[in-house]
Design a protein around this ligand. Structure first.
Ligand SMILES: Cc1cc2nc3c(=O)[nH]c(=O)nc-3n(C[C@H](O)[C@H](O)[C@H](O)COP(=O)(O)O)c2cc1C
Length: 508
């Protein structure tokens, strides 16, 4: 059987799961994959590897490769290595990232660039999968195209060996094989476009846009223009490629509560959480600046909070009460909002390695979880749209949700969801026959923990004024989420009733 080496570098497990999927599928396509974590350097040797190499690598931190790839990256970055060190190596690389981050897929890009510098050659074009819109949009076509690329590679290598045997031809640059181009390149360019949303747009405009979108659902729009609920040809007539539905794995039980005390401390965090009032917020930059900078003064007089240079901080903030009540109403769970949420893994689930969602604390009320543990204002990912379509009874509404998450509907998703910063609410309002079960929202398709994570660099600008005041200078640019933007605008205008908390993030 034709063997290839399959390495993964993961921080949170997704790259590993994808590599395992590739490994499983390989057999059916007549290949055998030799699967290892990239850190297991005793199990493979790229210097002598003759089989093709497939690498799946995610990104962490601020554009860094996962911790498990650190040693590998350090080794290949050795400046003493000659430019033909990997000239024998043919590889394909799948990078995972999230386009909300500034350095998209940078972990993969670092490794890819260095392998090229050392003479390695692509037998298959690199894929960059975006967790922000759903990894599967790139991962699935990339894996589908991998088998043809490997087959072509093996056939070309065999042909080359035969020719070499017959003619003793010297290898030269003209024999470099053209990498196979997967269909995903088209998708990638669309995903790139998703990152370019207008940072200066005011939330009020967003709300207007969403209201317009909603209104369009009751009054049919001009035939030539699509809206959130209405599509036009060719999309409305296209047959659709929609992402596969993740297997169901969660059972949710609501149990009458015993009236136990709940506090924000129940929010799951490996770090201590401090709830502190914000005593002052001043915008330091002008409205038209590319980057917005804010001075936050936090009243820490009632905490034992202390900080050291180099620490990073997260601000966690709750969803607003009115939004939570609206959501409860829509889920038809208002009368059970005080019930305690109990989660279990479905016994017969097909999801591999199914685990309880880490962002949902045990034994808290439904209202608490919707307030503190779910990011209900984020732009829904395509995987969520896909799942929602299964719980939508009206035919045209169902079809529209499928279009928005389909490969063919990427431009509409881009314009009507991403650019418009549409939220789960906007969707539920626009698609009244959609009635998702609670397990769908708690099972990972909606991001966890509404809040703002402040990166390490920001803490360098932090200081203790005295024992009772902590001053944080916060900057954000293009990649800020809608929710964070609203939070900042509320803070700057002094309108909001935000009471935040401060997390000391020891992991950095
Ligand atoms: C703390 C953290 C930092 C991240 N930093 C980046 C980044 O700088 N660039 C990027 O493209 N993606 C970034 N991501 C997104 C991940 O690369 C993406 O979610 C990926 O699918 C995770 O794969 P893994 O589970 O194999 O680590 C980050 C994710 C986390 C949780």
């Amino acid at each position: 059987m034709r063997r290839f080496l399959l390495l993964y570098a993961t921080q949170k497990g997704q790259a590993k799961a994808i590599a395992e999927e590739i490994c499983e599928k390989a057999f059916a396509h007549g290949f055998s994959a030799d699967l290892h974590c990239i850190s297991e350097s005793d199990k493979y040797d790229l210097k002598t590897e003759t089989a093709p190499l497939v690498v799946v690598v995610s990104t962490t931190g601020t554009g860094d490769p996962p911790d498990t790839a650190r040693k590998f990256v350090k080794a290949i970055q050795d400046k003493a290595l000659p430019a033909d060190f990997f000239a024998h190596l043919h590889y394909g690389l799948l990078g995972l990232g999230d386009s909300e981050y500034t350095y998209f897929c940078n972990g993969g890009k670092i490794i890819d660039k260095r392998l090229q510098e050392l003479g390695a050659q692509h037998f298959y074009d690199t894929g960059h999968a975006d967790d922000c819109v759903g990894l599967e949009l790139v991962v699935e076509p990339w894996i589908d195209g991998l088998w043809a690329a490997l087959t072509k590679h093996f056939m070309a290598s065999r042909g080359k060996e035969e020719r070499n045997g017959a003619l003793k031809m010297a290898s030269n640059a003209s024999q470099r094989m053209d990498p196979v181009k997967p269909e995903l390149l088209r998708i990638e360019s669309q995903v790139e476009l998703l990152r370019l949303h207008d940072p200066g747009r005011k939330d009020s405009e967003v709300r207007e846009q969403n209201t317009v979108n909603r209104n369009q659902s009751s009054a049919p729009p001009a035939e030539s223009e699509s809206s959130l609920t209405h599509s036009v040809p060719p999309l409305s007539q296209a047959s659709l490629n929609i992402p596969a539905l993740p297997p169901e794995y969660l059972q949710v039980h609501l149990q009458e509560s015993l009236g136990q005390e709940e506090s924000q401390a129940s929010v799951i965090s490996v770090d201590p959480i401090f709830q502190v009032p914000i005593s002052k917020a001043v915008q330091l930059t002008t409205d038209d600046a590319i980057k917005t900078t804010l001075l936050l003064e936090l009243d820490i007089s009632k905490t034992d909070f202390s900080y050291q240079p180099g620490d990073a901080f997260n601000v966690i903030c709750p969803n607003s009460d009115s939004e939570v009540q609206n959501l409860l109403q829509r889920l038809q769970l208002t009368d059970r909002r005080e019930h305690c949420v109990l989660l279990k893994i479905k016994a017969d689930t097909k999801k591999k390695g199914a685990a309880l969602p880490q962002h949902i604390p045990e034994g808290c009320s439904l209202q608490f979880i919707l307030t503190w543990c779910l990011e209900i204002r984020a732009v829904p990912k395509k995987a969520l749209l896909r799942a929602l379509s299964d719980y939508t009874s009206d035919g045209p509404e169902k079809r529209r949700l499928q279009e928005l998450c389909s490969r063919q509907g990427a431009a509409d998703y881009n314009r009507l969801m991403r650019d418009a910063h549409a939220s789960l609410f906007d969707l539920l309002l626009a698609f009244p026959s959609c009635q998702p079960p609670l397990r769908l929202l708690l099972g990972g398709l909606v991001q966890g923990a509404p809040g703002l994570k402040l990166g390490r660099d920001m803490s360098q600008n932090s200081q203790m004024e005295d024992d009772s005041v902590f001053v944080l200078i916060v900057s954000w640019g293009l990649h800020v989420h809608r929710r964070e933007k609203i939070l900042f605008e509320e803070l700057v205008s002094g309108e909001g009733t935000f009471s935040g908390s401060l997390t000391r993030d020891w992991r950095h």
